[in-house]
Design a protein around this ligand. Structure first.
Ligand SMILES: Nc1ncnc2c1ncn2[C@@H]1O[C@H](COP(=O)(O)OP(=O)(O)O)[C@@H](O)[C@H]1O
Ligand SMILES: [Mg+2]
Length: 380
């Protein structure tokens, strides 16, 4: 449910003329108006449609409005439907109104004041819309947390595999070399050769630990700033993936911004690039990060297969934990995220409001090339 989606308003009256006049009054609210000529018809409508507000005449021939309200309230699904009675209200009627403990109840006395009626209906319609939106958000949140747990599991499996397959192999190889060396009998050149070999393997293992720990958490982000950290990451990505990746900053000497903003930008670009690698079959990717008018505007574009409309509209079921996570991060900082099919390719674009972290401070590019170890392709 979006903020502007129409909700249904059910108008119940046995006199067609009155229904027409309610229709005229409520028309400008822009909601769906449904008419029912009797209590029976109203119940039929309620069973098939999601109704936000029931507007009903108290005096009707077959069942009166209060009886109908009782029947509606007895149904668990309708206990919270808002009901507005239209009646010449007597004190006894007011007492009956108090009897409805659950759900919203209101009344309008006759002659009907059009503005008052519109105001009451529109408040209940808005409440209903908000409740539906909340439900949608809750469902999204539930599915997001389920996929986060799955992603966490997958990440652990990946790290376990990485530790076992590469780090474990390196350490085992180094141990084998050292164990095979009998210092009492081995010649000096043999010892020297084995030492060089073991050291080189251990170096490789150390680099892997560093690379893995940086990918899990980019510690240099806080220290060296977004510019250098991203440059380091993008260079590594380009080498590992073979996708030619360009990174542009505006201004070229990029100012430092609040650390949570830098972290968000880094993580979104990281996820967008991982998606380019995993899904797009792209040859090239372009990243731009610009700061202007108190905002950071950033985009990641590729020349690959593009995305479906479902994904561009963030339809639940079509997006995964990556895009959901991007949305969540942007939302937390009151920013905006959009995905577009650029034909060819995909554009992930986001803006975040920023305040400069330290006035005048800029993240001077620092060479981090040593921090990255080129090791085959990134994990899919
Ligand atoms: N750059 C891209 N090019 C093509 N498809 C993409 C791209 N980015 C995302 N997608 C599509 O969007 C889907 C959801 O992405 P995401 O939420 O990151 O989940 P995951 O990567 O785990 O599948 C992907 O499965 C893929 O189909
Ligand atoms: Mg992804």
């Amino acid at each position: 449910m979006s903020a502007h989606e129409k909700v249904n308003i059910l108008m119940v009256d046995d006199q067609p003329a009155k229904l027409l006049s309610y229709e005229a009054i409520l028309g400008e609210l822009g909601e769906n108006l449904i008419k029912a000529n009797s209590g029976k018809e109203a119940l039929e409508q309620l069973l098939t449609t999601d109704v936000a507000v029931v507007l009903m005449d108290v005096s009707m021939p077959d069942i009166d409005g209060f009886e109908l309200a009782d029947m509606i309230r007895q149904h668990p699904r309708f206990q919270k439907v808002a009901i507005i009675f239209i009646s010449a209200i007597h004190l006894t009627d007011l007492d009956r109104l108090k009897g409805y403990e659950r759900g919203a109840v209101d009344y309008i006395s006759v002659p009907v004041n059009p503005e008052l009626l519109r105001a009451k209906v529109s408040i209940f319609a808005e409440l209903h819309r908000n409740a539906l939106q909340l439900e949608t958000l809750n469902a999204e949140l539930r599915s997001l947390s389920a996929s986060i747990i799955a992603a966490q599991d997958e990440e652990r499996r990946r790290i376990a595999r990485e530790l076992h397959d590469s780090l474990g192999q390196d350490l085992a190889a180094a141990k084998m070399i050292l164990e095979g060396l009998d210092l009492r009998t081995a010649s000096a050149p043999l010892i020297s050769r084995a030492t060089v070999e073991a050291c080189s393997i251990i170096d490789h293992a150390m680099q892997q630990v560093r690379s893995m720990s940086h990918l899990l958490h980019p510690p240099m982000l806080d220290e060296v700033g977004l510019h250098s950290a991203l440059r380091w990451y993008v260079d590594g990505f380009a080498k590992r993936s073979g996708i030619e990746t360009l990174l542009e900053f505006q201004p070229a000497v990029f100012p430092r911004v609040a650390s949570e903003v830098e972290r968000t930008i880094f993580r979104i670009i990281q996820e967008a690039l991982t998606n380019v690698w995993r899904h797009s079959k792209a040859q090239r990717a372009w990243i731009s990060v610009a700061k202007r008018d108190g905002q950071v505007i950033s985009s990641v574009r590729d020349d690959g297969t593009g995305i479906s409309a479902d994904i561009a509209e963030f339809r639940p079921g079509s997006i995964g934990v990556g895009i959901s996570g991007m949305r969540q991060r942007v939302k937390e900082l009151a920013g905006d995220l959009g995905l577009t099919n650029a034909e060819p390719g995909t554009i992930v674009r986001f803006t975040l409001p920023v305040r400069t972290a330290v006035p005048e401070a800029a993240s001077v590019p620092i060479d981090l090339s040593g921090a990255f170890v080129e090791r085959g392709k990134p994990d899919r």
